[in-house]
Design a protein around this ligand. Sequence first.
Ligand code: FUB
Ligand code: ZN
Length: 647
Amino acid sequence: MRSAALFILLAATALAADWRDQAVLDLSKTPNALLHPVPVRAVTLQTGFWKSRQDVTIQSSMPTLLTLLEEHGVVDNFRRIAAQSNYTPRRGPLYTDSDLYKWIEGAAWSLHARPDPKLEATIDKLVDEILAAQEPSGYLNTWFVEEREPLRFKQMNSGHELYCLGHMIQGAVAYYRATGKRKLLDGGIRFADYLLKDFGPAPKRALLTGHPELELALTELYRVTGKRAYLDLAGYLLSGVEKDRLKLRPRDTQYMFSGIPFTSREQFEGHAVRALYAATGAADYWLETGNPQYKQTLDRLWTDLVTGKVFVTGGVGSRASGEAFGDSWELPNRQAYTESCASIASLIFNQRLLAGSGDAKYTDIMERALYNGINSGMSLDGTLYCYRNPLATGPGEKIRNPWYDTCCCPPNLQRTFTALGGYFYSTSKDGVWVHLYDNTTMDWRLESGAALKLETRSGQPFQGNVELTLSPAKPEEFTLHLRIPAWSLNTKVLINGQPAGAVARPNSYLALKRVWKGGDRVTMELDMSTHLVRANPRVPENYGKAAVQRGPLVYCLEQSDNGTTPVSDVALNAQGGFKVETGDARLGGATVLRHKGRAWQPSLASEPLYGFAVPKPAAEADLTFVPYYTFHNRGASAMTVWIPLLP
Ligand code: FUB
Ligand code: ZN
């Protein structure tokens, strides 16, 4: 008894005491992380684009989704186990536990940004109810109980037991980092330790993540606790050594993106969320171990992603069947699957690769996903969600819904938006990095230990102005790494009103090294020209078409703005400028674009399917473009991102 108490005490002291200083990813001791994210709580989002999205998440989306989770029995699924009577039957598919864990994670990150005792009390209560369902062994899953108990770890391809544990650990880590409360974390540790005892390389029982997720959670658990066995377990899961013991077929390992050595992967394939979560876990594993084979595989997969498998909106996943990646350049518009979770997975995959390199090419993909294919996932009022984020819809096609029985995307969006402060800045040995521009205040420190306050003011994503004011505690030499986005072809940078004297190359970080002192100001003018984006001609659907991009935002045509001519009957003039109109009140103040085009009249619907000449669009058309993330916020009208281009 005494030794058990001593063990608990030792375990308790093993956690780092600096929970307040830990970022979304605590890379402070990670050997291969060049960049270290700044904690969420150290960054205040001031009035601006992302604050308004975060406000909607915290004030509207979080409470309404909790009500829906309650109404659909997701919390009762835990309560009924502790009640041990005919409380209520279990409801929902086998992965609902993860939805509540993700909701808790979202709520926890929001506490970093904005302390809220009422919300904290709500989380505390949920945590107690969750833990009351945990078995003394540490096992916890509301599906594999009662008559399904004998099936535990027997349906690992599809069972989602480890997926749910992964989300439990991530929710627990976020809550610990928000409050210092370790109850849920201890629950996660108990379950992870239960796995360590019985599962692993032979002679232990084999383990497999049928839906990867636990890999990244275990790495973060290692970062919080310092216990190497969690990282080793992640390595074991990624090693794919159990293919033969578990009799996995190639089609299983392809779909799950697990079960064979991660380092043998040649391309992204199978279920998009599974594949990108696996790659994210592998990137974490590489950051911690430096294993070069992992790095080579990650580079190979990243190239595969960006050369043929990511949509212009940052969305990922081309096929509804198997929620899967397609072949390279298979990027359909209306049929695009582009699950919100897959765009988020791409964001966090690239986040790890950025931390390991400081290369802006990763931030470019992150930004594309964040402003477009992720941002579209939650309606402007925070009550409707996209599971799919297609690049075209027909009239009346309902993409936004308040609830999905497979409710993975809504809380995934929430945890992303509430943690947003953690994506803006990093530190490195030589200074500080600014990845995204908005109105934010960073109150943190350099890695030398010197305090640094950094105010950023910007009209992004609608305007190109950026102004940074630095306030180091005392004059200090360090490098300010400013991201020059790929879309900003001409960027002006001034330091205290004088040219910075360095070339601001698109898609790079501009390194400004000097002795910085209180009140130093850097101003930038990002190039907000509107671009017509062309797809590689190998993308069959988009041959001869263009998409419209201004700053980080991809635009679309919605029927509701474009009169009675169907948006599938219009073409775009390559010549002539776009008229920029700021502050559309119907779209939360977004900038809309107007441009001249042509329309087919009569409608193409009345033209024959085949002929010897292409009909010409003859009528003049005034086209109105709105940011893609706002689509279907005024009802389900036809929408398209890619538009035929006139010569
Ligand atoms: O497999 C259940 C859910 O479906 C997962 O949470 C997501 O990856 C989604 O594809
Ligand atoms: Zn999802």
